[in-house]
Design a protein around this ligand. Structure first.
Ligand code: AMP
Ligand code: MG
Length: 342
């Protein structure tokens, strides 16, 4: 099929694609999503085919506001409404007990479902016009970096889906934060566009799932099935270097050559002569790093780079999500040079 490019003026055409069981690229504030009618199991199965997504990796349902929660979830706790009130529309996905109406194709047979309200006016209008919840994972081919603009999504999905709605570049740039509200204390399954610290202000104590910070042992299962897959990976292998900026820059420079790709903070953009350098924002600006990290990971494909090093932010605020995406791209190949450097 020929993939059409639509704009925010084409809401009726976009909604019709969803209602007719088609596949639609949707802009959100986090990353572009690959959407289908979340109540149509056949359409949802096509998402897995188009992405090459493993069959055990469930999708998130996108809804226009918190009043739709009770249509698809039961035993919704007061904390879910408190979170929605404060953070929706926004980059927060809640895991809740699922109602029967949600097809197994969405949840991969789990008895829970992930739900979120995206903060993008065009996509909210499309969902309202289609009058169905939209099941959507990120709009990349499985294993590739998530798309943060319509062009990146077209690179991965051209001729595999009906249309992509171009809603401009994504303002947040990393996927939603996923919080499991079916357990006590609530559990962070994936760090994302909403910092953990802001969730703690509403929920109090939160457990961080092990898969967020470290690789899993063989056979170990994360609570968010998607966290077990190598993800976001450019074709060349990535090594993440953690520690202070000066020290990590020195470590990388000593090992870098002509065919080395470097993801670095803006302050160090000139520090790697002869390398292919992708700056992702200044050391202190984690929001900018989040917006640019996936584009940087994509940029090395199609170059002669054979190895990539990445400077890595600390875990506070949005740093937890940026660091997680870099470490997953690296398959958790991490060098920690320590506080004083090597
Ligand atoms: P993506 O939309 O590509 O960002 O992927 C969605 C993420 O949400 C994946 O990591 C899934 O494993 C996770 N997810 C979706 N539904 C559930 C659920 N019911 N329980 C736990 N994790 C979920
Ligand atoms: Mg994804």
């Amino acid at each position: 099929m020929k993939t059409r490019l639509l704009t925010g003026h084409d809401i009726p055409a976009a909604a019709a694609i969803l209602r007719e069981g088609g596949l639609l690229g949707i802009p959100t504030e986090t990353v572009y999503g690959l959407g289908a009618d979340g109540l149509n199991a056949e359409a949802v199965r096509h998402i897995f085919e188009a992405k090459g997504r493993p069959q055990d990796n469930p999708l998130i349902l996108h809804i226009p506001n918190a009043s739709w929660l009770s249509r698809y979830c039961h035993d919704v706790p007061a904390s879910a409404y408190a979170l929605a009130e404060r953070f929706w529309p926004g980059p927060l996905t809640m895991i809740l007990p699922r109602r029967e109406i949600v097809p197994d194709a969405v949840t991969c047979g789990l008895d829970t479902v992930g739900v979120r309200c995206p903060d993008h006016p065009v996509t909210l209008e499309i969902i309202r016009a289609a009058a169905v919840p939209v099941a959507a994972p990120s709009g990349n081919r499985s294993g590739r970096p998530s798309p943060t603009c319509a062009r990146h999504m077209l690179e991965d999905m051209e001729d595999r889906i009906d249309a992509i709605v171009d809603g401009g570049p994504c303002g947040v740039g990393v996927e939603s934060t996923i919080i499991d509200l079916t357990v006590t204390p609530p559990r962070l399954l994936r760090p994302g566009g909403l910092p953990l610290e802001e969730l703690e202000e509403v929920l109090g104590e939160i457990t961080v799932d092990k898969a967020v910070l470290s690789p899993l042992a063989a056979g170990e299962k994360p609570r968010a099935p998607g966290m077990k897959y190598r993800h976001y990976a450019p074709k060349a292998p990535v090594t993440v270097v953690t520690g202070p900026g000066e020290g990590t820059a020195r470590y990388i420079r000593e090992r870098a050559g002509e065919h080395t790709g470097v993801i670095c903070f803006d302050e160090f953009a000139e520090a790697f002569p002869n390398c292919v350098v992708e700056p992702i924002g200044s050391y202190a600006d984690k929001a900018e790093q989040a917006r640019r990290v996936f584009e940087a990971l994509r940029a090395f494909d199609g170059t002669a780079v054979t190895a990539i090093y990445a400077q890595c932010p600390g875990d506070a605020g949005l740093g937890l999500a940026v660091a997680n995406r870099l470490k997953k791209a690296a398959g958790f190949q991490i060098v920690d040079i320590g506080e004083d450097g090597i």
